[in-house]
Design a protein around this ligand. Structure first.
Ligand code: GLN
Length: 542
């Protein structure tokens, strides 16, 4: 069975617990161990799929079609291990499973309680399939002391007890605030947070302390004394210029060495961090810069486009350039001329989105990119906007639109009700559950030979992740091809357009899926690498 590492958070939220867990996973991999990461989310939604990006940030989609927490994206980017439905659970899902069992009579007349029934369900979730890896890292969402998190903390406390010290380690992430006027780092919030953790029966083994300033040895000793850990297990986690430096920085501070010593692994092989050093060197020493305008709707919350901004950065890494992202609220283009904002950018990206607000502005951005021959990348809703723009402007279909936003005269984007997945027929209905009617997860696509995308991917069959309800309506694709906008990637049954590209433009590609979900710093996604290359070329022209 895997050794378990439980990662909890204290003091405040937003300390980057997901990133810290992911970087620790990468660090253990660099020592030759296999890892898997899981996230336990205490909120009551069954999954984040129905939550607004303004509330929750991006919804990360796995190959097996689960809508999950964005931390799973960090896990995948750092470790390269594809996550699955079994790697993220919420209180909502745990409770709905327990209640369904109760209704079926599975509890044989017993009183159903948080302890042991809910905690058992959590433990089953944590341990499922844990035999396959050396380390299972399990992050608990929220902060110690949150009422809704209590069953999760109780479950991991029990697991710590059952597995013993050779098999379980508790890492607690805290904050040492710096008080400007006193010129001091404060340890009290950390002391209180650990006290809270110990009051529910969990003694942390290692403290990872976020701070903006160096932590003097005396302060580390003080924290050690009050929190009942040794001083070398109080690990500083300073703010970093790039998140991809975290595995290296953590190793420098001894995080992996201390965790391995908790498990009694004293002679573990030294980590090989050269690949991460290479990423950090590229981030720190770019040979140039490109400006990419991202024209979207949820731009006030950066976490809404987390995977997207990372994938653009990776595209920059592949070309040794820094990508300067300019986040533009598409509604601006409904008032002002797009040219005012887009003049001088080297590429335009219209990302995924939902609902009518801001769509006319996105269409204006597509028009600018098409006419001015600026590299254009449309992702999911961005592809839909490109199709609507071409239908209206080039085919002269006034009132062309998507059935997502009413009943347009020319439904160039529409809901398909049936398609095949493997050998199965999948069916969806307009009135179905909001959480259940999307085409979700990995689907294959076949690329047309001789197309630009076939050249970019270097293969003829790909698999990419989806999250949408509407599709390009094939009744219009021949007419669009006549205007240069051609389908160059199809679902294997030939029913659903997956990719469209323009033959009359330096780089204009729209995709029905979300390639950003599969891009990694050590392996930038080919479409992002190619888009940024086109932007570099464009920057040389202007
Ligand atoms: N709103 C569109 C749909 O549901 C696109 C979704 C997306 O961009 N992820 O089809």
């Amino acid at each position: 069975m895997a050794r378990m590492i439980f990662i909890t958070g204290g003091v405040v939220s937003s300390l980057g617990k997901g990133l810290a867990s992911a970087a620790l996973g990468a660090l253990l991999q660099a020592r030759g161990y296999s890892v898997r990461l899981r996230k336990l989310d205490p909120y009551l939604n069954v999954d984040p799929g129905t939550m607004s990006p303004f509330q929750h940030g991006e919804v990360y989609v796995t190959d097996d079609g689960a809508e999950t927490d964005l931390d799973l994206g960090h896990y995948e980017r750092f470790t390269g291990v594809a996550s699955a439905r079994s790697d993220n659970v919420t209180s909502g899902r745990i409770y709905s499973e327990v209640i369904a069992k109760e209704r079926r009579g599975d509890y044989l007349g017993r009183t159903v309680q948080v302890i042991p029934h809910v905690t058992d369900a959590i433990k089953d979730f944590v341990l499922a399939g844990s035999n396959d890896v050396d380390f299972l890292l399990c992050e608990i969402g929220g902060t110690v002391g949150d009422i809704e998190g209590l069953p999760f903390f109780e479950a991991i406390r029990q697991l710590g007890n059952e597995l013993g010290h050779e098999r379980a380690c508790f890492v607690h992430l805290t904050l040492l605030p710096y008080i400007e006027t006193a010129g001091e780092l404060k340890t009290k919030p950390t002391q209180h947070s650990v006290k809270e953790l110990r009051s529910i029966g969990i003694q942390p083994d290692v403290l990872l302390c976020r701070s903006t300033h160096p932590i003097p040895l005396d302060e580390r000793r003080k924290i050690a004394l009050f929190c009942n850990v040794s001083a070398e297990r109080v690990i500083p986690a300073r703010d970093l210029a790039t998140i991809y430096d975290a595995p290296i920085a953590y190793h420098r501070e001894g995080l992996d060495t201390q965790i391995l010593s908790v498990f009694g692994l004293k002679d573990a092989p030294a980590p090989d961090l050269s690949r991460w050093q290479n990423v950090v060197d590229r981030v720190n020493n770019p040979e140039g810069e490109v400006r990419i305008a991202v024209v979207g709707k949820y731009i006030s919350v950066k976490d809404s486009y987390k995977s997207l901004s990372e994938a653009l950065t990776h595209g920059g890494l592949a070309n040794n350039v820094r990508v300067r992202m300019e986040w533009i609220d598409s509604e601006i283009f409904e008032r002002d001329d797009a040219a005012v904002y887009l003049e001088g950018v080297n590429g335009i990206l219209v990302p995924g989105g939902f609902g009518e607000r801001g769509t006319e502005g996105k269409i204006a951005a597509v028009k600018f990119a098409r006419e001015r021959k600026v590299p254009f990348f449309g992702i999911c809703y961005g592809l839909h906007m490109a199709v609507i723009e071409a239908a209206r402007t080039q085919l002269g279909l006034e009132g062309a639109g998507s059935t997502e936003n009413g009943t347009p005269k020319h439904p160039v984007i529409a809901m398909m009700t049936e398609w095949t997945k493997g050998n199965d027929l999948e069916v969806r209905s307009k009135g179905g559950d909001m959480g259940g009617t999307m085409r979700l997860g990995a689907y294959p696509a076949v690329l047309s030979s001789g197309s630009r995308v076939a050249e970019i991917y270097g293969v003829s069959k790909i698999s990419e992740r989806h999250r949408h309800r509407y599709e390009v309506n094939t009744e219009y694709t021949d007419a669009l091809a006549g205007q240069g906008l051609k389908v160059t990637g199809w679902s294997p049954d030939g029913k659903l357009p997956e990719i469209m590209e323009r033959s009359d433009h330096p780089w204009f590609i729209g995709v029905q899926f979300h390639p950003e979900l599969k891009s990694r710093p050590l392996e930038p996604h080919p479409l992002f690498a190619s888009f940024i290359r086109a932007a570099v070329e464009q920057s040389r022209l202007v």
